[in-house]
Design a protein around this ligand. Structure first.
Ligand code: URA
Ligand code: SF4
Length: 200
């Protein structure tokens, strides 16, 4: 018989999202309002990874939409990058209460979802925002101040490019030469060049 079958085991970003929205694998599920899966273009060649949802993200279910998200948008806008040409997510998908950092156990439980997102989106460049995501990808990387603005190799094909977390820029508003904002402005120009060279 020549039946046409639906291929078995086809895993999509939508199916993954539906699964993550039901997740109760760690304690953060008890205090969250929403699961913040991630958002943007599934075809993006550039993925941004933050730490975990904040208060506004928890309320809306969307990544980087609160004050840090507005700062991120401002940084991206300075070189004409829009959110629809990138994909944005976090190491943990549920808000750590009081915006504390996610702990090792929570990160370990949640990381398979980030792994699956990377496998499905297959980006060439991953921007890690701050120490937490940088050290998940590269446990031996030096601190963000040293490592930001440099390209690091991860599992062969993928480049990691750490930047300061936008919350850090909110706490350090100076634009003076050498300030976190100034350095971030240099970094985002490199990302723009990378996108021009390797479009999605
Ligand atoms: N901070 C993060 O790390 N991620 C968000 O989504 C929002 C704020
Ligand atoms: Fe599940 Fe991750 Fe939320 Fe923990 S943080 S409940 S592992 S989705």
């Amino acid at each position: 018989m020549n039946q046409i079958q639906e291929p078995l085991g086809v895993f999509t970003l939508d199916k993954l999202e539906a699964q993550v929205k039901q997740c109760k694998k760690c304690n953060l599920q008890t205090t969250r309002t929403s699961v913040v899966f991630g958002e943007g273009s599934a075809k993006a060649n550039v993925m941004f990874v933050g730490e975990g949802p904040g208060e506004v993200e928890d309320r809306t279910g969307k990544p980087f939409v609160g004050p840090a998200g507005q700062k991120l948008d401002e940084v991206l806008a300075s070189v004409g990058i829009t959110r629809d040409e990138i994909y944005v997510t976090n190491v943990v998908k549920c808000r750590p209460p009081g915006n504390r950092a996610p702990n090792k156990k929570e990160i370990a439980k949640c990381a398979p979802y980030l792994e699956a997102q990377i496998a499905l989106i297959n980006p060439g460049l991953i921007i890690t925002l701050g120490n937490i995501p940088t050290q998940w990808f590269l446990p031996n990387a030096p601190g963000i101040t040293k490592v930001r603005g440099t390209y690091l190799a991860w599992r062969g094909e993928i480049k990691i490019f750490p930047m300061f977390h936008p919350s850090y820029l909110l706490r350090n508003p100076s634009r003076a030469k050498g300030s976190p904002k100034y350095l971030t402005w240099l970094d985002v120009q490199k990302i723009k060049e990378w996108i021009n060279e390797y479009p999605a």
